[in-house]
Design a protein around this ligand. Structure first.
Ligand SMILES: Cc1cc2nc3c(=O)[nH]c(=O)nc-3n(C[C@H](O)[C@H](O)[C@H](O)COP(=O)(O)OP(=O)(O)OC[C@H]3O[C@@H](n4cnc5c(N)ncnc54)[C@H](O)[C@@H]3O)c2cc1C
Length: 385
């Protein structure tokens, strides 16, 4: 077996969470290896929308951590690795019918409790945004959020050439020894005193006790139209409801229409309980397309040039899993970000690096970060036993 050497830290998984963690560890002066079975942004981070959205987060720790991440993303976009990767823009949430309009009321109450990072700019009917179609009862405009494609963020972090990239290389096993962790790649190995495992939906392969399950989502991209016709993301309140409700019982498909800087539209996304990133079906996409075109009729003049699917890593209690792996104190887990990983990645990478280096969380985040601890599942098993 080839020995690829000893590092100060090894990060497993080159998605947006792993890349951010590797960048933060490297910036702290550590010699870092980043390992991926396929390559950068090969899984969810390369097949998602990129809403950096506090509005769509469940109230509580997730919404507060998303707020911290939004603020930090802005910092990293001001001359740091996310410069030119993160784009601030307004976001519009629209609703029709009692359930969707109720979700908008809940959203406004949540924003009030989160401070000033995201502001409610306008609340009214669809006339607030010229170009919207029929069937919208209520539309609110939010300021302060933005968009960042996952693959673009990964590319930004990987501009740090000090990070050693090791791919394609699938991790087969981890062995804790007295001096650290040996990462077994089958035909080669490497070691470090600390390892970060940011393996997304594949987490269970190495950590079977972590309740991470796949949740697929289909999206489509159009050809280019006039740039700036839609100034920001147009998100259905059904999308907010889909985070806490079975999507099959929603009155409308959970649509997000994201205008890209190229003049294209990225439209997503379904939530399906399977893990097949290759499953793209016309009937499902047609529902999304219909609702999207009804909401933003300019889409009727565009052609769909690509449809694809990604797989989110969903956790049974709806919160990500971040912290020392139970029984493997040298391994920090960072997984289970479901539909929120792009938004959370900047702050999570920073906090994961701190955890891996034995430092406390950034001031003000300790309680919310503790809510993500993998220990909560070890405790559930003890109680059940
Ligand atoms: C349709 C869709 C829409 C979404 N929209 C948004 C959005 O608008 N906003 C938002 O914030 N989030 C969104 N998300 C969620 C976001 O994409 C994910 O939460 C985020 O990309 C997760 O990043 P990650 O680094 O944890 O995992 P991943 O990007 O999945 O990366 C895991 C990496 O681990 C590697 N790997 C796995 N097993 C091994 C192994 N054994 N050895 C080595 N490497 C391995 C994989 O190759 C992969 O590169 C969306 C997701 C989907 C699917």
């Amino acid at each position: 077996m080839d020995d690829l050497g000893r590092y100060d830290a090894i990060v497993l998984g080159a998605g947006v969470v792993g890349a951010s963690s590797a960048w933060h560890l490297s910036r702290a002066g550590l010699r870092v290896a980043l390992v991926d079975a396929e390559g950068p942004a090969a899984a969810a981070s390369g097949a998602s929308d990129g809403a950096v959205s506090v509005a769509s987060k469940k109230p509580g720790p997730l919404a507060r951590l998303a707020t911290a991440s939004l603020l930090y993303t802005r910092d990293l976009a001001a001359g740091g690795p996310l410069t030119g990767r993160y784009h601030p823009r307004p976001s519009y949430i629209f609703g029709s019918g009692g359930a969707e309009c109720g979700a908008i009321d809940d959203l406004i109450a949540k924003l009030d409790s989160l401070g000033s990072a995201v502001t409610l700019r306008r609340d009214g009917g669809p006339d607030r945004l010229p170009g919207t179609g029929a069937g919208i009862e209520r539309l609110v405009e939010l300021g302060g959020e933005g968009h960042m494609p996952g693959y673009a963020a990964v590319a930004g972090y990987l501009e740090d050439r000090r990070i050693d990239r090791i791919w394609p290389a699938r991790v087969q096993a981890l062995h804790e020894t007295g001096g650290g962790v040996v990462v077994d790649l089958g035909t080669a190995r490497l070691s470090a005193p600390r390892v970060v495992a940011a393996l997304g939906v594949s987490t269970r392969g190495l950590f079977p006790a972590m309740p991470v399950a796949p949740r697929a989502g289909q999206l489509f991209v159009t050809d280019r139209g006039p740039v700036g016709a839609l100034p920001g993301a147009l998100t259905s309140a059904a999308y907010l409801l889909a985070k806490t409700t079975n999507p099959d019982v929603l009155p409308y498909p959970p649509v997000v229409i994201d205008p890209l800087t190229t003049g294209q539209y990225l439209v997503g996304s379904t939530r399906e309980a399977h893990g097949d990133p290759g499953r793209v079906d016309f009937a499902t996409l047609q529902k999304l397309m219909r609702r999207a075109a009804q909401t933003w009729p300019a889409l009727r003049a565009r052609r769909v040039i690509r449809a694809f699917a990604g797989v989110r890593a969903a956790v049974s209690d709806g919160l990500p899993i971040v912290g020392p792996a139970p029984g493997q104190s040298r391994v920090t887990l960072a997984t289970g970000f479901e539909g929120d990983g792009i938004c959370l990645s900047a702050m999570i990478g920073r906090e994961v690096a701190r955890l891996a280096m034995g430092q406390p969380p950034t001031a003000g985040l300790a309680e919310d970060m503790a809510a993500l601890s993998p220990d909560r599942f070890a405790r559930v098993r003890e109680t059940a036993g």
